[in-house]
Design a protein around this ligand. Sequence first.
Ligand code: 13P
Ligand code: SF4
Length: 303
Amino acid sequence: MLDTIQELKEKHNAVILAHYYQEPEIQDMADFVGDSLELSRKAAGTDADVILFCGVHFMAETAKIVNPEKTVIIPDMDAGCSLADSAPAKPFKKWVDAHPDHVVVSYINCSAEVKGLSDIICTSANAKKVVESIPKDKKILFAPDRFLGKYVMKETGRDMVLWKGSCQVHEIFSEKALIKLKVEYPEAKVLAHPECDENILVHSDFIGSTSALINYVNNSKDKQHIIGTEPGVIHQMQKHNPEKQFFALPNQEGCACNECPHMRLNTMEKIVDTLRNLKNEITLDEDIRVRALKPLNRMLEIV
Ligand code: 13P
Ligand code: SF4
């Protein structure tokens, strides 16, 4: 299958980008694996004609926003995101209109339409920096993730009005299971994504984007880690640190298999089919694309 993918890539001059929440075999096959910020930068800088985005819809859409002339395809069109879905454009616009004197900061996990209604975009890797770049006398709206918003408020000391969205994967990690794991492995460091609820973040030794969590493991001497994010990241952690141990944090149902159901819709078979037939193409209304590009570029310029 890898040979077929290579042939198809050469035929179409395609590049394959993948998020850390994809299956290990997809991560290993991709030309580049990264967090949302790195993937946006990579998409903006590629000279390939076709971008096959192994991630969820808003990520592929972001690649299209910065590359209108390229063909951007996704292995499964149904790979959505509960967080992006929690902010439909219509009520979001109403909310923005009701706060006319606020700067609108939107997490990249949102639709192109919502991006177009925002002043600046952020990812989990740069949310603090983005908020700090806003003059202190300005009021801020932050959407759609209320947990990331709350975390950024705490870190920056800025007051923000939060949209009440959340990620279905990160909001259901179990504090009880975390405490149990900490008792069982007292030396283990707790690493968590800022999309987690505060009850998980308060127990964490390190909080960061998927790339930041992986870098933490690569650069520390710690031997055991409890991982509070989608377990796809453990593949990279284990690959580069075979002597270290990783424990996926269980969710409230007790299952240590808290995978993102949307990300996991992408499979190797679908990748071959999509690339062979150049199907599942992301298309965008040009007006929406141009409006979404502005806040996205603002983010890419400052951080
Ligand atoms: P990253 O910014 O770490 O890529 O997070 C993206 C995401 O969807 C987390 O659920
Ligand atoms: Fe969206 Fe959550 Fe899946 Fe990330 S893990 S893509 S925020 S549903």
